[in-house]
Design a protein around this ligand. Structure first.
Ligand SMILES: Nc1ncnc2c1ncn2[C@@H]1O[C@H](COP(=O)(O)OP(=O)(O)O)[C@@H](O)[C@H]1O
Ligand SMILES: [Mg+2]
Length: 241
């Protein structure tokens, strides 16, 4: 399989505390997957490792078939990775929404008219064109999340890392965003608690635990199962041994 992301036996520590180990994952080109798990299990840390923002404890990260061993390895592919941070406030560099979304285009030398046009098209695609002239710091949480996403998508990354993209989004926007993401021709890793949303966008869901990623389908099998020697029962349970 042609892969955008391959994680092999990845482990990560913070202040000598192991957050996760034994993480194995393959995300094919243009495949979309999601990672779920309880608060503090390391979902954001995992995305930070993949994006090259944290140093891994052990194992291997390959992006677009190249092994990432140092910050320098990320330099040539920085533009290929679009990372929507859990806290959208950390995205903004300009006080006016439109200028902020256009920032990376202008920085790349694209002329002002083209940048303005592409920014408007991106905002229209996300249904937020009415926010063009607004002050970033006056936006609602959901509006900020979408403005930040516009700033990420406008760089046309091949790999999207989305950390809790539906936080603060109302249900109508969630449905709209799910439709947009499902239609994207990109490799996507979504971290989210929103099961309905991710089921609309991805076809593989993994649960992160301290021992690695478990495919959610296997997890369901493990929890909901029957015994040959007992009458059928459907309540979810697990066996420790
Ligand atoms: N910058 C940081 N410094 C110290 N500890 C952190 C930092 N970020 C996260 N942690 C801790 O690392 C663990 C994993 O955090 P995180 O990856 O944010 O989990 P999740 O996204 O699954 O909620 C948590 O116990 C959290 O408190
Ligand atoms: Mg998190």
């Amino acid at each position: 399989m042609s892969c955008s992301v391959e994680l092999t036996n990845l482990s990560f520590k913070r202040l000598d505390r192991e957050i996760f180990s034994g993480v194995n994952l393959r995300v094919g080109h243009k495949e979309k997957i999601a990672v779920i798990g309880p608060n503090g299990c390391g979902k954001t840390s995992l995305l930070e490792c993949v994006a090259g923002l944290e140093k891994i404890g052990g194992g291997e990260i390959r992006l677009f078939h190249k092994r990432m061993e140092s910050m320098e390895d990320y330099e040539p592919i920085r533009g290929e990775i679009g990372y929507l941070l859990q806290d959208a406030d950390n995205h903004f560099l300009c006080p006016i929404v439109e200028d902020d979304i256009a920032f990376s285009l202008l920085a790349a030398g694209i002329n002002r008219d083209e940048a303005r046009e592409r920014t408007f098209e991106m905002m229209r695609g996300l249904g937020i064109e009415s926010l063009r002239g607004k002050v970033v710091y006056h936006l609602s949480g959901g509006e900020k999340k979408l403005a930040a996403l516009a700033g990420v998508l406008i760089k046309e990354p091949r790999l999207l890392l989305l950390d809790e993209p539906t936080n603060a989004l109302d249900y109508t926007y969630q449905l709209q965003l799910a439709e947009i993401l499902a239609g994207l021709d990109k490799s996507v890793i979504i971290v989210s608690h929103n099961q309905e949303f991710i089921e609309r966008v991805v076809n593989k869901i993994y649960t992160l635990s301290s021992n690695g990623l478990i495919p959610a389908a296997d997890l369901r099998l493990e929890i909901l199962h029957s015994h040959d020697d007992l009458p059928p029962h459907t309540h979810p349970h697990q066996h420790l041994l």
